[in-house]
Design a protein around this ligand. Structure first.
Ligand SMILES: [Zn+2]
Length: 62
């Protein structure tokens, strides 16, 4: 995970969208990160090849 990049995104209040439902990922929401660094809601991306999971905040701070 490119944590610095993601942190910058969050600090600048850029929205990160789930690629499946196209809704914004919220900071406290459980998400999955796949091996291509695609981020989705856990409710949307359950069949991904997972690299990481957790809330957007916890993934960003790793
Ligand atoms: Zn979604």
């Amino acid at each position: 995970m490119e944590a610095k990049l993601l942190k910058r995104h969050i600090e600048h209040n850029n929205q990160i969208r789930c690629v499946y439902c196209e809704e914004n990922l919220l900071l406290g929401e459980p998400i999955y990160v796949d091996i291509a660094h695609t981020m989705t809601h856990q409710r949307c991306g359950h069949y991904l090849k997972l690299k990481d999971k957790g809330t957007l905040t916890s993934v960003a701070l790793k």
